[in-house]
Design a protein around this ligand. Sequence first.
Ligand SMILES: O=C(O)CCC(=O)C(=O)O
Ligand SMILES: [Fe+2]
Length: 371
Amino acid sequence: MVLPPETTKSITLTLSSLMSTNKLDKKVNFSSNIVTEKQNDNSKKQLSQPNLKYLQNAAEFSPTFQKQLEVKKIFLEGRRIAPVELLPQNNISRNHSVRVYMFDDFLSAEECDGLRSVHNKHVKSGSTQSPILCFENLQTLRLNLESVNRSHVTVSASDFTEGTYCLNETFSLQVADWLNYNWSYSTAFYFGESTFSKKMAALIQETTSLKPENGGKFQITSYPQHIGYKKHTDCIEDNSHFRDRFATVLVYLDDVESGGETAFTELGIWVKPKKGRALVWNNMNEFGKCEPLSVHEASKVTKGQKYIIQRWYYYESFWALGKRMEAPPLPPREPDIGMVSCDEFHHGSCRWYDEWSYDVMKDYRSTMNKT
Ligand SMILES: O=C(O)CCC(=O)C(=O)O
Ligand SMILES: [Fe+2]
C-alpha cells in the first residue's frame, strides 16, 4: 500500500512539538499503549510555522541503512522460533532478491490476544462517528464509486475539501454508505510507547537482523469478513529515494476460519494465517531498488475475521521514522474522527486509520513530488 506517513518531507509544512515517547512507557499492559493522546481539534488550526527544533534535529540526523535480511533461529520463553524459507512455487528464476520466511510461534498466544483486544477497543472508541474518506486521487474516487455501481454519480476535484483529497463529512457519510463500509481497520503504536514495543523490536532484530531504528510504527490491522487488500508492493516502484520499505514483518494474531491468506502472486507463495505466525520478506534489493516480484495481496476473508500486526523496516532511516507526529491541520474535522484512506484503486484498497497522515494534503503531496 502506498502510505508513507513517516516521512521527513513534511517539515516544509509544519510539525511542531513531538511527544516524548518515554512519557507513555508503561508496564506491558497493552491497553495503555495504543494512542493515548487525544487528537486535537485541528479544524481551527492554521498551518503552523516549521518548528526550528524539528528542522535542526532533522538536519543533524544521520541515517542508518538496512540492506540485508538475515534470519536465524532462537529459543524464547519455551518457544522455538525458527525460520522456514518459502520458495517460489512457480518456474520463476531465483535471479531476484526477494526472500520470504515464515516463523511459527513468533508471538505467544497471550501476546496475540492482548494485541487483538487493545486494537478492538481502540477501533470501537474511534468509530463512534462515521469517518472522513480520503482518496489517492479523483480517479480513485471514481473507480470506487464505479465498483459499487454508482458510476452515474458525477464527482470532480471540487468535491474534495480545500487543500486535501478528502470528502467533507456529509459526502463522506454518503460514500461510506455506498461503499458499505468495506474496509480494514488499522491502529498504530510506536517504539518506546510500551515495553511490548521494545520487546517486539528486539525479537525482530534477533531473528531477522532488522534494526529497530529502521522500523516505522507498529500497525495492527483487522479485516472483517469479505474484506481483503488488493495486490500491491510495500515499496514504491521506480522510487528515486531510499526512504522506502526495505522489509515487512507481519504476524497473524489469530487463525482465520476461511480465506485471508497472504498471497505473493508472482512468486506463487501463499500463506495461511495462523495465530502467532510471522511472515518476513524483503521488498527492496540490497541496492535499494523496489522489487516488483514482492507484489502480494491479502486475500478476502471468506469466513471469520483476520488480525495482523505489521512493522515496516526502511532501507534508509530518517528522523521522523517511527515517531508519533502531530496530526495535519487539514481537512477540517471533528476531534477524534477517524480517517479512511483509499489507495490507488488497482494497487490498493480502503483502510480506516486511527491517526491522520499528511498524505491527505495536496500541498504536502506536491512537495513530495518535487523533491
Ligand atoms: O494482511 C495481509 O496478509 C497483508 C497486508 C499487507 O500486505 C499490507 O497491509 O501492506
Ligand atoms: Fe503489503
